[in-house]
Design a protein around this ligand. Structure first.
Ligand SMILES: C[S@@+](CC[C@H](N)C(=O)[O-])C[C@H]1O[C@@H](n2cnc3c(N)ncnc32)[C@H](O)[C@@H]1O
Length: 203
């Protein structure tokens, strides 16, 4: 069993893969916030961990005050750390992010974070979860996702799955970068959130 609290320690090691990934993810969050329309902005983070990506990206960003975010994280220790650092407007829910019911009243969001999920679930669940992203993300909203590049590299397939679900690829980290970071935008009306469904289970 992975200790998901200790997993975050790599964020504190300068130059670690996770630190480099974090820089990409924060940059992409800031770019998405810059591109979104004026007014309130909704954000959902699935398996948010300690929330380092969103909370760091909001720090000093001009749209930070517009953001209403829901971070869903199962590990109580990580959720407590996220809560401790979360600015106003950011709610941290300790719960199972694989269940659609936790997003009732919050979906579809302008920005959906799916970071550190696709490396921990089966291919069938990746496909299923991407289909549900069209319920969690609003039309012209962004999803920012990550997946390691270990062989066989699943990043191109994941990008194609997003496209088949109605998303447009906006940005993909270069293949040489050790972790894949992708940004897609939903180019169709969001689908209604299906209650009582399980999107994924960590393996
Ligand atoms: C690889 S980490 C990614 C954390 C964060 N998104 C990031 O990129 O820094 C995966 C996180 O998912 C959490 N997790 C695992 N299963 C979960 C579930 N069913 N619901 C919510 N969180 C879950 C773990 O506790 C862990 O914090």
């Amino acid at each position: 069993m992975t200790d998901w609290h200790a997993w975050h320690d790599a964020y504190d090691r300068p130059g670690s893969t996770l630190t480099q990934r974090l820089a990409h993810v924060r940059d992409q969050i800031r770019s998405a916030l810059d591109a979104l329309p004026p007014g309130p902005l909704s954000v959902i983070s699935v398996c948010a961990g300690q929330g380092r990506d969103l909370i760091g990206a909001l720090d000093g960003h001009p749209r930070a005050g517009d953001v209403q975010a829901l971070l869903v994280e199962l590990d109580e220790r990580n959720a407590a750390i996220a809560r401790e650092h979360a600015p106003g407007g950011v709610t941290v829910l300790t719960g199972d992010a694989g269940l659609t019911d936790v997003y009732a009243g919050r979906a579809p969001a302008h920005l959906l974070l799916m970071c550190g999920v696709f490396g921990n679930i089966s291919d069938a669940d990746i496909k299923r979860t991407i289909a549900f992203c069209a319920q969690l993300c609003r039309e012209d909203g962004f999803v920012i996702w990550t997946r390691h590049r270990e062989a066989p590299d699943a990043v191109p397939w994941i990008s194609t799955e997003f496209e088949e679900a109605g998303f447009e690829e906006i940005w993909l980290s270069e293949p040489g970068f050790i972790t894949g970071v992708g940004v897609h935008r939903l180019r169709r009306p969001a689908l209604a959130l299906q209650a009582g469904e399980r999107m994924f289970t960590f393996v």
